[in-house]
Structures are given as structure tokens and as C-alpha cells.
Ligand binder design. Structure first.
Ligand SMILES: [Zn+2]
Length: 81
């Protein structure tokens, strides 16, 4: 996997272009208010929550089997005598 969290997490100031911490609400360099990434974070978290709370998916569609398969009516053997 090619995962570069640094690029995703750093907040780039739209004004001066300085990289700020993801939790920064304003640019540490020039004080420009930064967009909150809370929405994206919540969306991701919601996805994770949904995944975590999802019921386990059965690997195969369970075919309803009656407990104790009904034995087919067998014709009683005629006494061989
Ligand atoms: Zn700035």
C-alpha cells in the first residue's frame, strides 16, 4: 500500500502556504483561519463505526436446513421367507 498520511494530515495555509498541524484551527505562521477537517474525519469515523457495528457477513448463504432431515418413508422390506 502506498499511504502517505503526512500529506493528508497537514493543513496547508491557503494564504501563506505554511503547513500546519491537522488540529490547527488557524495558521501558526500568519494566523489565517484554516478549514476544519472535522467533517472528513467524522465521515471516516462514521464509516469505521458502521463497519464495526455491521453484523458479520456469513461467508456462504445459509440454506435453511431442517434439524434432523426427514427420513423418506421407506417401504418395509418384505420378510424374505
Ligand atoms: Zn498562513
Amino acid at each position: 500500500m502506498c499511504f502517505r498520511p503526512t500529506e493528508m494530515q497537514m493543513k496547508k495555509c491557503p494564504k501563506c502556504g505554511a503547513n500546519n498541524k491537522p488540529i490547527a484551527t488557524e495558521c501558526a505562521q500568519c494566523g489565517e483561519p484554516l478549514e476544519q477537517m472535522k467533517v472528513d474525519f467524522d465521515a471516516d469515523q462514521a464509516k469505521l463505526d458502521a463497519f464495526a457495528t455491521m453484523p458479520p457477513i456469513p461467508s456462504a448463504p445459509a440454506t435453511p436446513k431442517a434439524p434432523g432431515a426427514p427420513v423418506p418413508p421407506s417401504i418395509p422390506k418384505p420378510p424374505s421367507a
